[in-house]
Design a protein around this ligand. Sequence first.
Ligand SMILES: [Zn+2]
Length: 498
Amino acid sequence: MKRTLFCSNVNKLLFIEGSKRCSVENCRCDETIVIDDLFELYAHLYSLMDGNNIISYLDYYKRDPDFRNSDKAIFEMESKKWGEHIEVHPYDTIYSTKIDNELIPLLKSQFEDVTHAKQFLIYTFAWIRIIDNHVGKLIDKNKQRRLDKFPIETKKGLLLINRRGGISAYVQEKTKKYLTDPNYYSLRKQIDSVFLIPYKDLTYEVNYLRLSLDKWRKWVEFLENVGELKVAFVPGNITSFQEYSWVIEDGGADRKLFTINGVKSKMHNENIVKQLDLALENSSNIIIFPELSVSLEMQKTIIEKAKLSEEMPLVFPGSFHETSTKIFKDFEDEYCNYNYSLIHFGDNPTSIFKMNKFEFPPSNKFVDELLDFQNSTGIENISCLKRTLTLVDTPFGLLAILICIDYLIPEIQEILVNYNVSIVVVMSLTGNPSGSHFYEAMSRLGKINSTTTLLCNNPAGLYLGNHTETVVAYFPRRGKLFTSDQHVVIEKIENMIK
Ligand SMILES: [Zn+2]
């Protein structure tokens, strides 16, 4: 067992069952891991401990007093060893984590006397906590700063900072409500500072970004005043599908493919500017427009205007159907449409693409130029080949940006859970944003991860159903949604959770 723990091929090790899986068949576990960085060592131990081993550990810890006593004694003993080690090799910043030739032999020698399976659990977890505590102190020294070293790519997965506080902590403080935590049995809940996301072959790539430094500093100020954070939702004035100019093509077998290439009202862009001005005059910190409401040209106008605001708001300027020629300068792609949004929160603009298509069922309410949809399902005619989920590191934790149905896709939800995403911004056009699938997704994320969801819905989508919500915000622990049917809503967090 102790050889396997330090085997360079080990993938899985079950201490209590006494079973292992190495990447080499019939591995004799003779070759010791070569690790030269503290974070690599941490990821190695973490990956072996997570899953069944941490569950066994917690189980023994709960019911066995001898186990608890042994755990305490071993943790203290190993902490002392670590203390002696760092007198010589201090690892005193998160950039000086290169380990020397002594740490792995030291660790191996500490495991030398271990004979019982339970002791393996205790020793392994002790070293995870010791390194986590040490790294945590280094992170705390730089609490206000954007730590560009993270996420750290290790052989075992990605290491991320376990950010605490933010909206979820604020709501808990205000509501005095606590949730039963379904993550209790995961290692992430047992450690303080850094958690591991194992690599998985997913259908979606993750684009990990950071706020620009000036925005980062602005948001750090709000950590002490979360309730004061002001969100402007700008659902806008499009109230029916009839207000769009449609391009409808045959999609075979009772299907019609559609793209939207404009809004008929000449006042549309003027209204957007008026509503944006209102949001900016009211010192909004987050401004969200919905799906299929703002052309790329207007998105750029919105961003330029918002840049002049002292509040330095995070702006999600809505999306529209745009052609590849408009989006890409060096255009190699075949001509196609995307549901596209351009966002600035970092040092460079970021493209957000919708990654799944919207479909709506036939209905006899479709008349005039929408007559085609009386007997045919409407399918959004966009390319979904840009399959990248954007996550932004903020002092409040990770923030995800999604367009409508992407929020409901199980694989995307899985990424949001694994990355412990704190805030999700959804730009949508849907018939029922506060019920059914959307409610299920919000409340699931809220319960599993204490995630806050801020959704801005295009009123045009309501044409499909009998609902009226243009704004929906889910706050974990609040117990009910914040909703509105207005076309501009500007509200502080403290008022939304009342
Ligand atoms: Zn092995």
